[in-house]
Design a protein around this ligand. Structure first.
Ligand SMILES: Cc1cc2nc3c(=O)[nH]c(=O)nc-3n(C[C@H](O)[C@H](O)[C@H](O)COP(=O)(O)OP(=O)(O)OC[C@H]3O[C@@H](n4cnc5c(N)ncnc54)[C@H](O)[C@@H]3O)c2cc1C
Length: 376
């Protein structure tokens, strides 16, 4: 494989990286690697413009400062502070992704290929490579999978432990305008969680506060009761979560079921949920968990949800992905060419594996408490 064919412009001495996935972790990682002086080629299956997602709880200023390593002494903002508005609290997923995508688009050294699905990956003594859906092969010194909880890169890193498995509950999410429950946010520090009656699980409601956007609520229902429906709909096959169900993709009978259940839930949670149900604007995600046993093999490594899938209840999935990205940025401050690339990824695993395992395990206790509820 000839590396120079796959990167436009001169190949930097520090080397080259391929990142699979341009969502939150992949974008943060690309910025981090580019700031270390690597040329970064990013491949993303989806189109550039994306909506959806849910509320993310972010904390500004977390993580370590990433400094530009161009000798100018200029200290760039942390990746976390690029992602966040600076106001601690929930923010919309799409807004956070947009901020990272804009920062990546202006960072020298990054090329992002949207609508480019990676269908195969591999490595040899000198190079890691991907094949895209058009059959074109691209090579680099290291390859990082930021391809989410159903990661294909993970299959190469740990073929004996390839899948995140169903945690036993589903999260239904939606949004509602502030007017659906005016004044509630102020009295509840903008976010609250309750246990629902009749073994229905638990619910979080929060207000997303993004400058310049209308105030609105997001809600997340942690539901341990819908396994049969998820299997019928194909969202769950055996114990592996296949995909989310979105809006009209959720059966009318299921919407009726949620509407009926919400009638037993305390105000204003009932109104907020029913608002989304009436509009058929709900996303159902069968929750998967993955405790990693390894993060790297040779020149290939995984980060973000590809590396560790926690319960969203931990509120730590995104933060931990940022930590992975920052660590890799620090470690690639030297070159990744030849044997050095393999060593860098080994050190990454040494530094991040325990953190990832601990974070996922911390959320498993929550899942057990939902499933062991006496009415369930
Ligand atoms: C309901 C819910 C609430 C959450 N709340 C929080 C929270 O409050 N705080 C928090 O820190 N975390 C939270 N999380 C977790 C957080 O959303 C994830 O940890 C984070 O979004 C993971 O980002 P990622 O980039 O690793 O993966 P993803 O966002 O899944 O991105 C993977 C990307 O890879 C692309 N891709 C996949 N396969 C290929 C391929 N073969 N070729 C090319 N591209 C590919 C996909 O299109 C996608 O863009 C929550 C999660 C859920 C489900």
């Amino acid at each position: 494989m000839v590396r120079a064919e796959t990167f436009s412009g001169p190949i930097p001495e520090r080397g080259t990286a391929i990142v699979v996935g341009a969502s939150l972790a992949g974008l943060a990682l690309s910025i981090s690697l580019a700031r270390s002086g690597l040329a970064v080629n990013v491949f993303e299956r989806a189109a550039e413009e994306r909506n959806g997602g849910t509320g993310l709880r972010l904390w500004a200023g977390m993580g370590e400062t990433i400094r530009r390593r161009d000798g100018s002494g200029f200290s760039a903002p942390t990746i976390a502070s690029i992602a966040s508005s600076g106001v601690p609290g929930p923010e919309g997923w799409a807004t956070v992704r947009r901020r990272l995508a804009d920062a990546a688009a202006t960072e020298p050294g990054i090329s992002i290929h949207y609508e480019s699905e990676v269908v195969e990956i591999g490595q040899d003594a000198e190079t890691a490579w991907i094949k895209d859906a058009s059959g074109k092969v691209h090579g680099a010194d290291i390859l990082l999978g930021a391809d989410g909880h159903r990661s294909m890169v993970r299959r190469s890193v740990d073929p004996s432990h390839p899948d995140a498995t169903y945690a036993g509950y589903t999260i239904w999410t939606g949004k509602a305008p502030y007017e659906a429950a005016p004044g509630w946010a102020e009295g509840h520090n903008h976010m609250d969680m309750i246990t629902l009656p009749h073994g229905d699980g638990a619910m979080i409601v929060g207000e997303t506060r993004t400058n310049g956007e209308p105030r609105r609520y997001f809600w997340q229902w942690y539901d341990p009761t819908s396994d049969d429906y998820l299997h019928e709909s194909g969202a769950l096959v055996e114990n592996v979560s296949q995909h989310s169900l979105v809006n009209e993709g959720i059966a009318a009978s299921k919407y009726e079921d949620i509407h009926r259940r919400a009638g037993h839930w305390p105000a204003p949670w009932d109104q907020i949920v029913r608002h989304s149900v009436h509009r058929r604007q709900v996303i159902a995600t069968p929750i998967a968990e993955y405790v990693p046993r390894r993060l790297t093999r040779g020149r290939i490594a995984i980060i973000g949800d590809a590396a560790h899938v926690p319960s969203p209840m931990t509120g730590a999935g995104f933060d931990t992905g940022l930590g992975d990205a920052e660590t890799l940025g620090e470690l690639t401050d030297h070159d990744v060419v030849g044997r050095r690339g393999v060593e860098v990824l080994k050190t990454y695993e040494k530094q991040r594996l325990r953190t990832a395992q601990r974070m996922v395990r911390s959320g498993q206790g929550f899942g057990r408490s939902l499933l062991n509820h006496p009415n369930h």
